[in-house]
Design a protein around this ligand. Structure first.
Ligand SMILES: Cc1cc2nc3c(=O)[nH]c(=O)nc-3n(C[C@H](O)[C@H](O)[C@H](O)COP(=O)(O)OP(=O)(O)OC[C@H]3O[C@@H](n4cnc5c(N)ncnc54)[C@H](O)[C@@H]3O)c2cc1C
Length: 531
């Protein structure tokens, strides 16, 4: 991953020049707003404090170069990228420890507890909620615990479960499982970089969650290596033995210990994958179609609905201009459709099952008034499914602020939440902004809303602009009683909203669990629970 941005350093997202001009014009972005990331050698951050020898010895491998520390100093939210690109890091781990196995992890955190060193577990570094910030808490120093060497893959082909090491990235896990004829089916937009341990620690949700389930649905057993000992749940399909400890570990965001082993349900690799586009009359009609599909339990494996604004901007950024745009408009007008909202549906699995489920889904879409756009639109979505973060780097080069946030609510209050968050963001960002949304991760009782917003990044004021927008959106979510996060997790950015999410006694209960597993409070201070 680029130290200052996203993904493969040799890959750039192509932006059609007409779309760039239109966007600049709409947001009031000027040529002089363009900015490049500084050189790595120019990055300034606090000097590294010494890490006790006992900690280094327990870990086995210690990395301490400028680049090693910079790479683990931040996640990939907009403010993270602003700090990295400007080369001004106000915190960084004092050292990076890379244990070779779970035994080393246990020894390392025991030594850290003994010596009073804070530990930030590090997976793929894609947190967008400040989950990797090098906070010392009450301690003298802080280390990043890089789990990339824990990459075991062990398939039980009879039960169709796999034990996976936390350090496997999405592609590494899929490649190893694919060679054994199975898939996990977990494809978040951060797939290329994020890890199994990170998915579990943040309760991640992938683009095919309607079919395969969110990551926490896939987990059958989990191992937590905490400062006070190792805790592993049984490899069993289900249990009635009290509240599930698996659930306590899922979403613990490194605050209780390190997830050192995850057992997941896998499925036979799909024989067929078909993605296609539809155009719903508007967001409200599209939402009703998705609710209907979810409540009949007939959802495609991939299902997302863009609102009018996201549909417009996606078509522009995909280069749907000139002839292609006119052809699309003509096609839609023949079907008496002006504008509308893009729906992407994807079916995966055995040929017969795909055929049967697809024809059921298509019938519902048609009944709901959606117009088919065919598999070309689906293929175009598939090609671009991991391009968003590359595009963000390009837009930031131009001087555009780009950020996303997400939430969820029941169907009966989803529209209220949509309007509240949208208007909070528009209010904070001002008129020359774009606020767009898509609905994804649908359930019988509700769905998640994912907002993306653009505005001109005012040089030197980007962090204040971001804070104003983020605070306004979070307050709107809390006021509407939606969740502060459906799948990005809590980290440091959402921790102040946890009392609203779980209540004061809920915070005390979580704190009590933490005190039992991590009495010295070394594990990821300041994340999940407010300091
Ligand atoms: C461009 C982009 C797109 C994204 N798209 C999605 C998406 O579609 N769906 C989604 O759910 N999320 C998405 N995210 C958010 C992010 O990718 C997820 O939260 C992901 O699960 C984090 O995994 P990671 O391995 O990168 O973890 P990291 O970022 O390294 O860590 C995340 C948190 O988990 C803790 N942690 C990591 N590994 C462990 C471990 N083994 N044990 C204990 N704690 C651990 C860390 O301390 C940190 O608090 C996106 C992020 C970006 C930047």
């Amino acid at each position: 991953m680029k130290w200052w941005g996203w993904g493969d350093p040799h890959h750039r997202a192509e932006l059609p020049s007409a779309a760039v001009d239109a966007l600049r014009d709409e947001l009031g972005v000027r040529p002089e707003d363009a900015s490049e990331p500084v050189e790595l050698a120019q990055v300034s951050m606090p000097d590294a404090r010494p890490v006790p020898a006992a900690v280094e010895e327990a870990a086995g491998e210690v990395l301490g170069s400028l680049e090693d520390r910079v790479r683990r100093a931040a996640g990939r939210s907009y403010p993270d990228l602003v700090r990295l690109r400007s080369g001004k890091l106000d915190s960084a781990p004092d050292a990076v420890l890379r244990p070779a196995d779970a035994g080393r992890v246990a020894a390392t955190i025991a030594a850290c507890a003994e010596e009073g060193v804070a530990v930030v577990p590090y997976g793929g570094g894609t947190s967008v909620v400040g989950g990797l910030d090098a906070v010392t808490g009450e301690h003298e120093s802080v280390v990043s615990l890089d789990l990339s060497l824990l990459r075991k893959v062990d398939l039980d082909p009879v039960s169709l479960t796999a034990r996976l090491g936390p350090g496997l990235t999405g592609p590494q896990a899929e490649e190893a499982l694919g060679a054994l004829g199975v898939t996990l089916g977990h494809f978040p937009q951060s797939f290329e970089e994020a890890t199994i341990g990170g998915f579990a620690a943040t309760r991640s949700a992938g683009q095919a969650s309607s079919g395969y389930g969110r990551f926490d649905d896939l987990v059958t057993a989990i191992e937590l290596t905490a400062p006070e000992g190792r805790m592993r749940t049984l490899d069993i399909p289900h249990t009635a033995a009290g509240p599930a400890l698996r659930e306590v570990v899922l979403g613990s965001e490194g605050t209780l210990g390190v997830i050192t082993d995850v057992s997941c349900r896998v499925r036979p690799a799909p024989e067929l994958r078909i993605y296609e586009g539809w155009m719903a009359a508007d967001f409200a009609h599209g939402r009703e179609i998705i609710r209907d599909l979810a409540q009949r339990h007939e959802m495609p494996d991939v299902l997302r609905l863009s609102d009018e604004e996201e549909t417009r901007v996606s078509l522009e950024l995909a280069g749907t201009e000139g002839l292609a745009k006119r052809a699309l408009e003509t096609y839609l007008s023949l079907r008496r459709r002006r504008g509308g909202c893009l729906v992407i549906c994807g079916w995966e699995g055995e040929r017969d099952s795909v055929r049967r489920r697809r024809s059921l889904g298509q019938a519902h879409l048609q009944r709901g008034g959606a117009v088919p756009l065919g598999s070309r639109a689906g293929r175009s979505w598939e090609r671009g499914r991991y391009q968003g973060p590359y595009l963000r780097d390009e837009l930031m080069d131009l001087g555009v602020m780009v950020e996303t946030l997400e939430t969820a609510h029941t169907w009966s209050r989803l529209d209220e939440l949509y309007r509240a968050v949208g208007s909070a963001l528009r209010g904070a960002l001002g008129e020359r902004s774009i606020v767009m949304c898509h609905l994804s991760h649908a359930y019988a009782d509700g769905a998640s809303l994912y907002f993306t917003f653009f505005t001109r990044a005012r040089p030197g004021e980007q962090l204040d602009q971001w804070r104003a927008a983020k605070t306004a959106a979070c307050e709107a979510i809390v006021a509407t009683r939606g969740t502060i996060t459906h799948h990005h997790a809590v980290g440091r950015d959402h921790a102040p909203y946890m009392p609203a999410e779980v209540g004061e006694i809920g915070i005390e209960a979580l704190t009590a669990v933490k005190e039992r597993l991590d009495p010295a409070g070394i594990m990821n201070p300041g994340k999940l629970l407010p300091l």
